[in-house]
Each structure stands twice: as structure tokens, then as C-alpha cells.
Design a protein around this ligand. Sequence first.
Ligand code: MG
Length: 210
Amino acid sequence: MFDKPANAVTLFDGGPLSNWRRRDGSPARWEVEDGVMTVVAGTGDICSEEQFTDAWVHVEWREPHMPDKTGQAKGNSGVYLQGRYEIQVLDSYGWESPGLGDCGAVYNQFAPLVNACKPAGEWQTYDIIFRAARVDESGQVLSNARLTVFQNGIVIHNNVELLGPTGGALDEEVARPGPLLLQDHGDPVSYRNVWLVHLPPQGSTTYEPH
Ligand code: MG
């Protein structure tokens, strides 16, 4: 849908996972082959070294074929903005009314507006426009994080204000920059072509005619 902008920061383009770490800071141990990284069950979530606040995040992923599984056991992973807010990754293809735990949901907070899922085995995209929480000098939250999400070019979240970090968040310190975290939920979900563009917190507040 979108071309990778020239100012994008590459998080994964097929190379080694030297810029990804496990939660405990040790090296990521997911499998990398032919430009694709795949969850190795039990090796844990992986976090980008790159930290961000406001950003446009692009992720491509592919569901494994798991025809004997259902619900949360079918191709579960997740994309966590700042390591705190999970956009669910799941094989929810064909569900008429995806709910709070289905693919595209902000986990347990907002269901996707529509089901934009492709079948297992096909590559899918998330383009997430993320606005970090705003806090005052004492750390009091002035506004929660917000996001808009395109899945496969279809809007599935329209500028929703999140309720706070989702389950499994790295921490609750929403004022701090955080990494992109990809979830090991025990299923061999694959990822490729992961990048982000840092966004300024706001544009100019003045106008100087040219
Ligand atoms: Mg998940």
C-alpha cells in the first residue's frame, strides 16, 4: 500500500537479529531464513533496540497453517507499540464479527472495525500511526496513546484513544519511549520488512507567509 519512505528506520529487512533483544536483554533467538523471521516457540518476545514515541510503524506478517487449532491458539502473536500496547496477530480469517481478542484488535480494548484478514500463508501488513501518551512535568497523563491502523490497506482503527497499556506490557511508564515488541505466543508466526518513521510531536505553531 505504502512505499517505504526514505527516512524510515529499518528494524528488520532480512538480516540478522542483532538489533533485537529478548525481554531480559539477551540476544533474540527467532529463526531467520530467506529474509523472514519466525517465532521459535519458547524463546520469548523480541524487542527492537530502536525506541520511539510518535511513529508510523510498518510490519508484514504471515500466519502459519494451523487447521486443527481455534481461537487464541491459532497463529497467535502480537505487535506491541512501545512494548505496551498490543495489536493482536491471529488467524481470524473469515470471522464475520471479530472481537476484542481477534486479529487486529487492540487487545481487550478495541475490536477492529472490520475483518481485513487474509488467509494463513499469505503476507499481511499493518501500518500503524501511533501517537504516544502525553504527560505533564509531574508525569500525570494528560492524554492516552492514540492510534490509527491500516491492515492490508483497510482502516481497522480510526484514531482510537487507548485505555492504557494492554496485558503483557513491558511496563506502565507511558511517558518513556519504548521499543517495538513482537510476541512469542508459542506459534510459528513469521515477520518481514519491519520499519518505522519517527514523527514529530506536532507541526509548527506559527505561520510565516512565503
Ligand atoms: Mg497475541
